[in-house]
Design a protein around this ligand. Structure first.
Ligand code: EPZ
Length: 415
């Protein structure tokens, strides 16, 4: 199993580019199932999660090809409606095929996703939305079986903001008969990107950027081509790397409009930021100030940056409180950071982080994608050598993170 060996070095400096957003590409790939023909996605990075989704689409009958950063998906023939356990088990976002399969074939069988390292993560809201659109759902032998002669538009109120359930509902409603309204829909930039892609395919969705989305069902969709949005979580991770450095770091190919709150929190920690159209330069502070954060649905602070921001607070001059309201159990990184001599205590869903003068390299274990990114940042900031095992987690969502960070001065070896 591969590991990262990191020689601590806080003298990062230079320019680091951001790739396309995994969490926008996954739904776009599933959306391709809605229309016969070949759709094309640009700015697609090499990530394990995207390979898993490619494999799933192939199992369903699509042809998937990747050349450089261009992904083509030919969904002319969809001859299976089953998302098997082996793939859903690897990646929960496999549930994204539920809506499109129901809409196109009127039937879907998707393995019921289990828990994962960041919590229990139910899918009840996905199923509620499908049922509201007229699907008959049963759960048997670990599989969700969904059937509908024809989906019919409905008013759907989400009791909780859910990125995945909003996306699945959108993808099912685009081909439903009549009008669907989604209330308390999620507003993440990845939802906007999904709406843009579906509308390019011929869907009629309005309300983008708000919590009420209205979908006028259409008879059929056609293939489309789109440039994928930059990954705001990768950008935020690199901004925090810059904040931990002793020199300025410029993050390029990003969309600063998607990072308003993370940038505000970085400024509160003492960083100066220079923001341009597609780039942000972070000038690190001499003394990092403690800053409290509470994760919330967009435009709130993203849970996917909680672990990385915690690393910055480990070296702050004082105490900060980090609360995760989205995934209350998402603190597996804390025990590992404490091995690097951080001083963090977790009570319920709040981490109390007491800043220390320095972190000290040690052997640690990656537990999930964003926790791994946090450990990489901590390893760079720590004195001495840090060895991170189980780094396959990080390859799920970061394209060659060690190469990108080494290009600005980090010393990370994969072995
Ligand atoms: C998406 O997960 C992302 N995944 C996650 O990123 C991200 O952490 C999360 O949104 C929150 O921003 C993808 O986009 C593939 P939710 P998702 O449905 O859609 C509860 C990463 O590291 N809920 O918005 O699964 C849920 O338990 C990953 O890239 C229900 O109760 O998240 C949570 O508390 C990790 N019932 C809250 O809603 C449901 O049916 C928000 O979850 C669905 C969700």
């Amino acid at each position: 199993m591969e590991q990262f060996i990191i020689e601590g070095n806080r003298n990062l400096s230079g320019t680091i580019p951001v790739s396309g957003a995994k969490n926008a590409i996954l739904p776009a790939m599933a959306a391709c199932l809605l229309a016969p023909g070949t759709s094309t996605l640009h700015n697609v990075p090499h990530l394990i999660d995207l390979k898993t989704m490619s494999l799933l689409l192939r199992v369903l009958g699509a042809k998937v090809e990747m050349e450089n950063d261009v992904l083509s998906i030919d969904a002319s023939h969809i001859d299976s409606y089953e998302a098997p356990y082996e793939l859903v088990n690897k990646m929960r976002a496999s549930i994204y095929v539920l809506g499109p399969l129901l809409a196109r074939l009127g039937i879907a069988k998707v393995s019921f996703p289990g828990g994962c390292a960041i919590g229990t993560r139910p899918v009840d809201l996905h199923l509620m939305a499908m049922e509201a659109l007229g699907a008959h759902i049963t759960v048997e032998h670990g599989y969700i079986n969904a059937k509908a002669d024809k989906l019919v538009g409905a008013d759907i109120y989400f009791p909780k903001s859910s990125v995945g359930a909003t996306i699945n509902a959108l993808m099912a409603a685009v081909l439903a008969k009549g009008v669907t309204s989604l209330f308390n829909a999620a507003m993440e930039p990845e939802i906007d990107a999904t709406i843009d892609f579906l509308n390019l395919m011929g869907a009629q969705i309005s309300g983008k950027g708000t919590t009420t989305l209205v979908i006028e069902g259409v008879e059929k969709l056609h293939p489309a081509e789109m440039e994928m949005i930059p990954d705001r979580i990768e950008a935020g991770t690199f901004l925090i790397a810059g904040a931990l450095s002793t020199n300025p770091v410029t993050v390029t190919n990003c969309n600063p409009n998607h990072l308003t709150l993370p940038m505000e929190k970085l400024r509160a920690s003492g960083c100066e930021l220079e923001v341009e159209n597609c780039s942000i330069t972070v000038y690190p502070p001499e003394i990092i100030q403690p800053v409290d954060i509470i994760t919330l649905p967009y435009p709130g602070f993203p849970t996917d940056l909680q672990a990385q921001f915690t690393v910055l607070m480990c070296l702050a001059d004082g105490i900060s409180f980090i609360e995760d309201t989205i995934f209350p159990d998402r603190f597996a990184h804390v025990a590992e950071l404490n091995r690097l001599q951080a001083d963090i205590r977790v009570e319920q869903n709040i981490a109390r982080v007491k800043g220390v003068k320095k972190l000290s390299g040690a052997e640690v274990m990656a537990t999930d994608l964003r926790a791994s990114a946090a450990l990489v940042l901590a390893g760079i900031a720590a004195e001495g050598k840090t060895v991170i095992s189980r780094i396959y987690h990080i390859d799920r969502g970061y394209d060659h993170i060690e190469k990108k960070l080494n290009a600005i001065g980090a010393k990370i070896t994969r072995s």
